[in-house]
Ligand binder design. Sequence first.
Ligand code: ATP
Length: 253
Amino acid sequence: MTAPILDVVSLDVRYGQSQALFGVSLSVAPGTVLAVLGANGAGKSTLARAVSGLVRPAAGTVTFDGRDISRLPAHRVRKLGLTYIPEGRGIFPGLSVIDNLRMAVAQERRADRPQAIDRAIERFPVLGDRRTQRAGSLSGGEQQMLALARALAESPKLVIADEMSLGLAPLVTESVFEGLEAARQEGITIVLSEQFVHRALAMADHCVILTRGQVGWSGPAAEAGQEVIDRYLGEAEAPPPTPAPAAVTAGPP
Ligand code: ATP
């Protein structure tokens, strides 16, 4: 078995007196997609923040690419190749699209930066058409493309995408998923937390469902059937609607 690229063991996270995660363990194999699901407040963002160094765990360990990152600050974790796209996008709304991308590649060697920006625009051509536009004036979907383009421009090994489809129309959500799919094709490991449970499961290899800060269920995404979704996610998402039967007209046309 390949060693996991991300291994979380018995993670506890507290915010002051209140505990948000209780002994959470999970592991992610390189090049795979993990869906982290759960109702509002279950701890998905807290898990993402703790793994990416934005919140210090009270107990437990996080190992990334063979290295204990449990106590590393976020900028060091990012440098190691773990990029977090926070819920709410993580772009600079006052800067142009191109300046957002320039900032993302600032860590690269100067000579490599133009190519890194060109690659980012090749992945999301719509950004090329909007180069000089202020990021804050892009549509919601385009802002998410930019967030993803920024993350991928850093050449990460693993991307954590937190609720990227929040507030987006289904069609736009689909293009965000296509962007994530393209990242997976490039071998990037993805951890995604999503409100569109069925869409997330369709893309994921594995799934972890958090319930009140604990792992309620985990297993292959293909085994997270409707029964599991109903049991652990409750009202989080209804099954996709079945098409309405064709209207039956009585009498002669
Ligand atoms: P959502 O889907 O609504 O974003 P979530 O599953 O991501 O929910 P978290 O945001 O991780 O859940 O929240 C987990 C718990 O931690 C909740 O009870 C929340 O109120 C609490 N919490 C989150 N952030 C903080 C904070 N900065 N300070 C105190 N409590 C917090």
